[in-house]
Design a protein around this ligand. Sequence first.
Ligand code: HAS
Length: 581
Amino acid sequence: MQISKSIKRVIYWELGIPLALLSIGIYHGLMQVIYRAGVLREAAFAKLDYYQGLTLHGVINAVVLTTFFSVAFGHAVVAFHLKKEPNKKLAWISFWLMTIGTVMAAWAMLAGKASVLYTFYPPLKGHPLFYLGTALLIVGSWIPLFDWARLYREWKRENRDQKVPLAVLGTLVNHIIWFVCTLAVAYEVLVLLLPWAMGYKPTVNVTLARTLFWFFGHALVYFWLLPAYVMFYNFLPKLAGGKLFSDTAGRIAAFGFLLFSIPIGVHHQFADPSITKGVKMFQSILTSAVAIPSFITAFTIAASLEYAGRRRGSKGLLGYFGKLPYLDTSKFLFAYLICGLFLFIFGGLTGLVNASSVLNNTIHNTAWVPGHFHMTVAGPVFLGIIGMSLYLYSKTAGKRIFMPKVAVIIPYLWTIGILIFSTGLSWGGLIGEPRRTNLGMTYLNPKHELFTPEWVPTTMLGLLGGIIMFIAGMLFLVVFFGTMMRKSKEEGVLEFPVSETVHNEKLVPLFNTFKPWLVTMAVVLAIAYVPAFMDATKNPGPGAGAPRFSPDNPMPIENKSSAAPAVKGVNESKTVTVAKQ
Ligand code: HAS
């Protein structure tokens, strides 16, 4: 199908800007493993401090790239499947809000005024422009949902007896989750953090801020994941040479995420004393429930791949794995998606370990956690994003891929890198290696009294994996921007490799409408979160809350020279430890 130049352009900018920023993001990923392995034993390199680099790494890779991509991919999916174009004016307003917000936050981070990591936990204080920029990025990404919902309603009126295309259903579910969960972080930023960061309020309730953040924070990971799920269900079976095993399974999975993505954020706060045991227990159980849509996906996609393999002549129980188009340059997207799925097996299993409040005590705030999330967000999510960005751009621009053989090898190289890197981090985490720590300054410095030799092999594995990932990432940027610089060889079209289904399943009205799911979502949210917010409001910690701290000083900002804490009852050194972790 053809789309207007204006919508094409908005999509290109939304793919291109975050991918250009990715060069900064992956450079700081490489610096992380270098610092942590003790190769560098300094607090800063090239005038960029360790926490500044880690903030840039997290915010660019996990927030900016994912948000821009989800909006661009959403425009393409909705336009293609509903055969209706998004409103151009709204698409550009959304783009500009997201871009201005990104520039504001990027300035604050690059100037070293917001080294507060992507979780921006108080009492670490960032520059107000960092918070405002993040808020603008979020508000910009809300706009398309309302426009797509309008197109969806129009389409429904015109196609009363038809199933809503699964890809559109997944995209709408994703942006509804995003809209609801970001309301909490918008409140945190605008009502709690901004007035405090600007000095209008002396203290902030740290527990409440963290609870609001994680209301958003865990749903955020499914906002990252769902575009990849849209690709797994709708495109992967066709790329593999087969069909989707069950479309209904995809619908159940999508609505399952709608119910269970948000009311589980407290599983990031199992160690927070202000939240009571009952709330933690309830959200721990719901966390197990959120794994169900992923288990459904694992079996449905495995069955779809088996179907494809058998069509290609495979024999035996697992013979189909040998018949898939792993290195076919004309179907390079397959390589990105299958590698992501493979990594997600380990990402999912480590997630289930985290979800148990008992096991969580062992791994919380250790290197195990980045070990887990690099096999999820840097696995299916990142590979889906870069693979689809290249696919979408080359198709709609009518350009051939630059270095196609390299393009198809990149995801395998990346997967090898992640497997080595995450093995190092997970192993290190199990023997106490902390996350978010510049280990080269102390624990990995043989001259320091805290030197811990057990962490030498684990951080060396991290370093080796990190270098391989860096090479794969840079190669991708060469391929993507090399493709951009090529001349168009044919007319560009918006086209996806849409899979047919194996069975012609009946339309089940419950899985073709949003209303009952939205009501249930509201009820589950209220049950899970009203008690959590009551806990957080009742127990703000010592004093009325925490004053402002900068990452480089254990004293509150208001009272730099004095040994006494600025606010009665606040133990400043403890507060800083909590904030960094
Ligand atoms: Fe998580 C922490 C629990 C999924 C990301 N998670 C994090 C953090 C991030 C993150 C970024 O309960 C750190 C946040 C921070 O900075 O503090 N997570 C889970 C659970 C799941 C889960 C239960 N996480 C994700 C996804 C992420 C992500 C997805 C990003 C996209 N996570 C936790 C918990 C913590 C946590 C605690 C807090 C830890 C702490 O203490 O700080 C589940 O959704 C996972 C379910 C997944 C599965 C896997 C299904 C497998 C599939 C693949 C099949 C493969 C096939 C192909 C068919 C059950 C679908 C085979 C092909 C071949 C070639 C073999």
